[in-house]
Design a protein around this ligand. Sequence first.
Ligand code: GLU
Length: 500
Amino acid sequence: MSVRVRIAPSPTGDPHVGTAYMALFNLIFARHFNGEFILRIEDTDQTRSRKDYEQAIFDTLHWCGIRWDEGPDVGGPYGPYRQSERTAIYKKYADQLVAEGKAYKCFATPEELAEMRLIGRGYDRRYRNLSAQEIGERLAAGQSYVIRLKVPLTGDCVFIDDIKGQITYPWADIDDQILLKSDGFPTYHLANIVDDHLMKITHVIRGDEWLSSTPKHILLYEYFGWPPPRFLHMPLLLGTDGRKLSKRRNPTSIFFYRDSGYLPEAFVNFLTLMGYSMPSDQEVYTLDAIIKEFDPKRIGVSGAVFDLKKLDWLNQHYLINCVPENQLWEKIKTWSYSDNFMNQLMPLVHTRIKTFGEFLELTYFLFVNHIPYTDTLFAPKGLAKPSSAMILQSILWAMEEKENWGRENIQKASFEVASAFGVNHKKIVMPLLFATIMGKWQGPPLFDSVDLLGKERTRARFLAAIEFLGGIPKKKLITLKDHWERRECASLLEFSSSTQ
Ligand code: GLU
């Protein structure tokens, strides 16, 4: 039987480094064992899935040099490879489980569920044993329902993870998972299992965070009478603070790495180091080398620290060794000095320079990764450091609430924050924004500049500025969030002098 592996990202956000990380290990596994690597788009969450996010997955994986043998864009014998195009399949299988008594229709209303949540024990299985007559009556009355999995009430689920070894979960800890929602759309669990089976997946290689879902998956395989694939749960990516990588603390979008000017070869090498150690302890190697040497037993068991200093070190190594001097300018040009980018920049510069020599002075912030911050930059009108950090954090939240980070939205966000904090937009919020983005209080038009800088580098700048200001302690962050949600933040501000 030939090896078939897949990644199954959900297009519900910016393309995450975790997606590239999983894609790489699946690719390496497939190539090492002469198998197939499949890309499947899990877009059954209708409200959160977006086509532009899907495109971003393709684009960023391509940037990494990752190619797949089957997928929505390249086709293949087991398509369609986009779950939203397969809903009829899932419904059929859900109905089959109900007919066999392995799943059931649950008529719980939102109010009932809210009540159960309030008691704090989750769904209490109250519709698990309805009589056929009662079900018939409810259906006749047009009540809406979901389909839930009938999870055993006692005993243990025991399975082997090929990285972690034997895993045991008591069934009592596992809820009667919803398989099909009332709108007829499947949940991740049902769609994932049905597709892995129909697409003949032999090994499921995915992140650690899915380990606790695996009992439900194993049960589904058993109920359907299908042989389960092997499972390999890869170590989580951690920040240098030892916590799970999160976009609130670390740059997690692959775009950030591309737009900051990293080389894809170095980025890929770095990601494989996260989960793997070469027998020689070598840290610099090509993708071909790891494919050749690959041994699943050498995959790490515990979390891997995503350390940007290491990435910088690796990147420099690749720069020196893989980019000859006479190609360097070409590489830098395609990275950022592309004609397209420069043409967008020219209108912002045209009336603001006296000589060409001032061009870089005016726009340097678009071409660097680190802005030299100083205290006074962040103290407009005597604002205290922690207050500046809170204003910046709130602007970030306000922007996250928007569909995109285009100039209008950023401008809107900044006004929303000024009004929530009761401060002057021009005298407080704008200087803070200029400071964060440009490291100075004047420059080309701010919102257009942010547009050019791009979402990920902008976000990274906010995180860097907040960190420069001493960060926001967790307790304070919770208080701030609470005030922000009510848009009443004025009472949180402090000024170090009375020059407000
Ligand atoms: N759709 C899941 C995700 O977003 C797939 C997890 C899996 O590989 O089973 O990562």
